[in-house]
Design a protein around this ligand. Structure first.
Ligand SMILES: [Zn+2]
Length: 450
């Protein structure tokens, strides 16, 4: 589809910016972001959800629903055409972009208003039913769970059921690799759905109500009214010939989408007579990645380096999720520690090399590197190497003076802090070695030595 090509064009346009490590061009961040922002709006990320002028579904318009707020938000007339709406949106989005010091809430309102008004189907629904007609999500952005509080503040007092009834939504889990969530991707999914094959006719058994009332005698001269689902139309009120139909849906995985995000195909679930069809939702299941772990827009990798590298510098190569080759390289004099003072792993970050943010893919998270420093093993260093290191490295151990007749020299064995407190008579081996059992630790060390 051409919309998708658009999205790809705008992303490849900016690839060069990311081909260098971030510390080289950090100063350029703001100007680039502005340019990116303009491109982003030009790319029209919502285009792909315009699926033509379908009707808003059965049911009359709701008299008390507000159907002007979204137009006001974009500052256009209710009669504005698609071009005018797009123009107004772009202008406002640039002015109110948070990166340009704009108000984030206002920016979100503008985006939500545009997302609805730029989609003919949704716009028609909004014109008829107001925001309530749009319940249950729009576009692929995971839904407007709270359109009302976004535009009118606070909660809403009780739902008015003015829109048409809608059938049940269907959720399909969709396994997606981290690469595809980074780069975005279009996948085609075939679904089989029930569609109506002819005009629905009102059920004569229940006169379209879907329910029948039966009188049940509970005692002599006493009857009870029982309402139950109409068996003829299974409660649908209408009957229509149905058939199964295979349909291929183009599922657009947008850059930066999160695990469990929903891609919504409005009214693509089973069709039922006199009812709006439910939505088909593809629910993203992010597959584990062998190198990167993800949290929000940030990525994390673990890296084991040698003590030599930790002290003297390192460089290594990673292939990023968009196949870019990145050389992670220490600066001169940079030291990687075995762990931080509070005993947590030593972490550094590469700025801007995380995941793209969903909705604004030009703002990326960071890449966290969690280090493990591998020390040499016992005996790896020869005496002359040790002498050299002692001269070079700060903090050399000072020789102390002691009388060997008085002081005792102790060496170290491997220990486990889990055994701390289990020493003494509780430990059989040691109890056998010791005559008295009650002496201090230094005597036990001596026993082990001999
Ligand atoms: Zn019926």
């Amino acid at each position: 589809m051409h919309e998708n090509e658009n999205a790809r064009k705008s992303s490849s346009h900016f690839t060069p910016r990311n081909s260098k490590p971030k510390w080289d061009d950090r100063g350029l961040g703001n100007t680039c972001r502005f340019e990116n922002g303009k491109m982003f709006f030009g790319g029209d990320p919502f285009d792909q959800f315009q699926n033509g002028g379908m009707d808003g579904g059965p049911g009359g318009s709701s008299s008390n629903a507000d159907t002007t707020k979204l137009y006001e938000t974009l500052g256009v007339n209710k009669s504005a055409d698609a071009k005018e709406i797009k123009k107004a949106y772009r202008k406002l989005a640039v002015v109110h972009h948070p990166d340009k010091g704009g108000d984030e809430h206002k920016f979100k309102e503008i985006n939500a208003a545009y997302e609805i008004l730029s989609d003919p189907e949704q716009r028609a629904k909004y014109d008829r039913y107001g925001l309530e007609g749009l319940e249950g999500g729009a576009g692929g952005s995971g839904g407007h769970e709270d359109l009302f509080s976004m535009f009118f503040g606070g909660g809403r007092g009780g739902r008015r059921s003015s829109g048409p009834k809608r059938g049940e939504d269907v959720n399909h889990p969709l396994q997606v690799s981290l690469e595809d969530l980074y780069n975005g991707k279009m996948v085609k999914m075939a679904v089989s759905r029930q569609v109506l094959d002819g005009e629905p006719k009102m059920c004569t058994n229940c006169s379209g109500s879907g329910a029948v009332v039966e009188l049940r005698q509970i005692a002599i001269g006493m009857v009870q009214q029982v309402r139950r689902k109409c068996p003829a139309c299974t409660g649908e009120g209408y009957m229509a010939p149905k058939k199964r139909q295979r349909e291929v849906l183009e599922v657009l995985i947008e850059k930066g989408m999160k695990n469990e995000a929903k891609i919504v195909f409005r009214n693509k679930a089973d069709e039922k007579p006199n009812m709006e069809a439910g939505h088909v939702n593809f629910v993203i299941q992010q597959k584990p990645h062998p190198l990167f772990k993800r949290k929000g827009a940030d990525l994390l990798i673990t890296k084991t380096i040698s003590l030599n590298e930790a002290l003297c510098g390192f460089e290594w190569r990673i292939t990023h999720l968009d196949n870019r080759e990145i050389i992670i390289k220490s600066r001169s004099g940079e030291i990687i520690k075995a762990e931080k003072d509070n005993k947590t792993p030593f972490v550094k970050i590469v700025q801007g090399e995380g995941m793209p943010s969903h909705g604004n893919p030009f703002v990326k998270g960071d890449l966290y590197v969690l280090f493990t420093v591998e020390f040499p093993e016992d005996g790896d260093l020869k005496p002359d190497q040790i002498d050299m290191l002692r001269k070079i490295l700060p903090g050399a151990s000072m020789a102390i003076e002691y009388d060997p007749e008085v002081a005792e020299v102790a060496h170290l064995e491997l220990g486990d802090v889990k055994n701390f407190g289990k020493g003494g008579v509780a430990n059989h081996d040691r109890a056998y070695d010791s005559d008295e059992g009650g002496e201090g630790g230094s005597q036990q060390v001596q026993c082990q030595q001999s």
